[in-house]
Design a protein around this ligand. Structure first.
Ligand SMILES: [Zn+2]
Length: 62
């Protein structure tokens, strides 16, 4: 269960051996944050963030 807080969204570590989901705050958008586990730099707000579902089903956007 991921908390759905306003101004907070989830990013996933791009490291295939880690894949940790982390919550980052809105002001960290367009920044690079290090993964808490493997220290891999994660680009926030790159458009590949899928907060609640890791399935390949992007919601329709208007
Ligand atoms: Zn990681």
């Amino acid at each position: 269960m991921a908390p759905n807080l306003p101004g907070v969204f989830a990013v996933q570590c791009p490291n295939p051996r880690c894949r940790k989901f982390m919550l980052v705050e809105e002001h960290d958008r367009d920044k690079v944050v290090p993964c808490l586990l493997c220290k891999t730099p994660i680009r926030v707000g790159s458009g590949s963030a899928s907060p609640l579902s890791s399935k390949a089903t992007p919601p329709p956007r208007r």
